[in-house]
Design a protein around this ligand. Structure first.
Ligand code: ADP
Ligand code: ZN
Length: 234
């Protein structure tokens, strides 16, 4: 596997924002790890899925437009994805960098991101690698915090108090697309549309694979060490 782990010159990172991209199947741990590294490195966590769910909950115009896609497990049309993403990354808190979780999801989205940003940012791109069987198990028992997006699992990482987030005390919920039928479709869409991205970034020498089959804490340790190795000033 081609891996990219060259250290980046310190002055470069200071001048440019750092955009950490987490790739991986649904259930590979992108959300779980993003929340943690967001706190560790003090960079905002931007999940296109969370942004869509927030808009659905608040019944915004964009929320009404994207709901049927999320319910089916299909990808949201690019135009809506870009609108919501670019509005978010142009906010002041993103000036030093941010973590992208769930974007890009197609090669076209990756191109668009590069066209827009590549001269002003550094990309650090990680691929969370895990078996399909683990993915299905993880997704079907997943519980997510309404407030801080932390992820728990009914069996493997249950919250201390049932239905309550250990960290912020808010209510946990099960995502409506975490049911067997929609999970199957999300995996199908992943293989068809998102998996080719691995090859794309690999060919550019930009992809760092991370073994994501261990516990959340183990994966976090590996990921943090890689980020620190590549960006020692963070
Ligand atoms: P997952 O656990 O499947 O990675 P996410 O929370 O990232 O879930 O995304 C949930 C849904 O939001 C996707 O199934 C899709 O409908 C939509 N979505 C999220 N990001 C994108 C994107 N970059 N392009 C198109 N659709 C997206
Ligand atoms: Zn919480």
């Amino acid at each position: 596997m081609t891996t990219y782990s060259a250290k980046v010159e310190t002055h470069d990172v200071k001048e440019r924002a750092l955009v950490i991209i987490l790739l991986g199947a649904p259930g590979s741990g992108k959300g779980t790890q993003s929340v943690e590294i967001s706190h560790s490195f003090n960079l905002p966590h931007i999940s296109t899925g969370d942004l869509f769910r927030e808009n659905i909950k608040n019944q915004t115009e964009i929320g009404q437009k994207v709901k049927s896609y999320l319910d089916k497990g299909a990808l949201v049309p690019d135009e809506l994805v870009f609108d919501i993403l670019f509005a978010r990354i142009s906010k002041a808190d993103c000036s030093k960098g941010y973590i992208l979780d769930g974007f890009p999801r197609t090669t076209l989205q990756a191109h668009k991101l590069e066209d827009l940003l590549s001269s002003s940012v550094h990309f650090a791109i990680f691929n969370l690698v895990v078996d399909d069987s683990a993915v299905i198990k993880r997704l079907s028992g997943r519980l997510v915090c309404k407030k801080c997006s932390r992820v728990f699992h009914k069996d493997s990482t249950p919250p201390k108090i049932e239905g309550v987030c250990d960290v912020c005390g808010e209510e946990l919920y099960q995502r409506s697309d975490d049911n067997p039928e929609v999970i199957k479709e999300r995996l199908r869409v992943y293989y068809e549309q998102t998996k080719p991205l691995e090859e794309y970034y690999k060919n550019k020498g930009q992809l760092t694979p991370i073994n994501a089959s261990g516990s959340p804490a183990e994966v976090l340790k590996t990921l943090k060490a890689k980020i620190q190795e590549m960006y020692p000033i963070l």
